[in-house]
Design a protein. Sequence first.
Length: 467
Amino acid sequence: MNPSPRKPLPATAGIPSLSEPWGRTFVRRAGVGLMLAAAVVLLGWQFDVVALRTVLPGANSMKPVAALAFMLAGLALLNRRSVVPVPGLCRLVSAVVGMIGVTSLLADASDLSLPSDYWYPDPEALAIGRIAGRMSELTAIGFALLGLLGVLPDRSPWWRVQQVVALLVLAIAMFALASFGFQGGLRSERSDVTPVAIHTALLFLLAGLGWLASLPPKGLMRVVHAPSLGGLVARRLLLPALLLPSLLGLFARVAGDWLAWTQATVVSALALLSAGALAGLIWWVALLLDRLERERANVVALRDESHTDALTGLPNRRAFDGAIAGLVQGRRHADRSFALLMLDLDRFKDYNDTYGHLAGDEVLRQTAQLLSSALRPGDVPARYGGEEFAVLLPDTEAAEAVRVAERIVQYFRVWSWPGRAVTVSIGTAAAGREEAADALVGRADAALYAAKAAGRDRVMKAAAPLK
């Protein structure tokens, strides 16, 4: 028999999950982070502070026009989540960001000069034969994609295109970060496409993640937003997996340039670190699953305790209320019949006064055993309160409910009770099509009192529900 009416608990019960408020918070932080980082770089150019426009000694500087584009991209993200509630601002600002990237690409293709090329002198760019203020082609492509993200409509099917574009922005960031490391660590030849500043790549990563978080929880993002176990694993492990190639590249840079390791040593160390990182991710997943299972078991145990009567082991009043609410819903929407029995032990106070409360508790426990014997596996007996019990009979009409009640009465008559015989009075009621749970309980309770008034030890059928 399955006496519990509770629904199964989700696999991640008790575990925090990504929700829409969390998504808004992440988008806001991404937008603010882009704007603050861009402002710091612009201050570095304005006051000629090299440390503010580069992250590592000897690394490329973020160009002023790139910093301006990132500031606008951050503003677009903030407007997207109504932090800066100006209608149409996100699309307008994103169009400007996209034009910055496209204009730079066109200037590179046609050897044209742009006003931003000469905003500030950049000796690092001139040393490698590049225009002082011109961003790299890869950076320009990234801004063109960021602009496209904000210009595209949010409605279907464009959100699918937005997801793909955001993933391309992430790919640019990861490629640039990995290239920064491997070109230095393995002493490979520099590419004309990849002199991307490391903090430019990091801001592309932040912008791509911010846009993904702002998109609807559909398609690729459905799993990330889901409160399921798969969603939790994705939220915990996707970012470390995305950063792994970049971190390996940075290690190669440090080992090759600053520790002076040979290329063979760097490659061997990278192979070892890759295997260790993969094993670490697998171990992290295993620990996460183990913690989830233990917390889920604890939550289920606590919920079982809160829905179970301690004396009889039957579902308690709270569990009964949940079960009857579910059956009423099924009756209204799927036309599934069900019936209710209200039971009360006859002269139970006298029994307690005569034999003591311990004997009375034993009668209540045996009543639970009797109901388990007399009912079908799908029926739901519950202790309603005191010496009163309730039984829910799914898929049961009025006549069949009366037969079940009469069988229970007969079981009481022949049961071997401690002290003296115990009888029961029962009121039965079949649920009406639109009847509320409290109305059904009221009709069954009225039938129970009618059985008491008629002499006890019997079954009374409730009157039909009011139309």
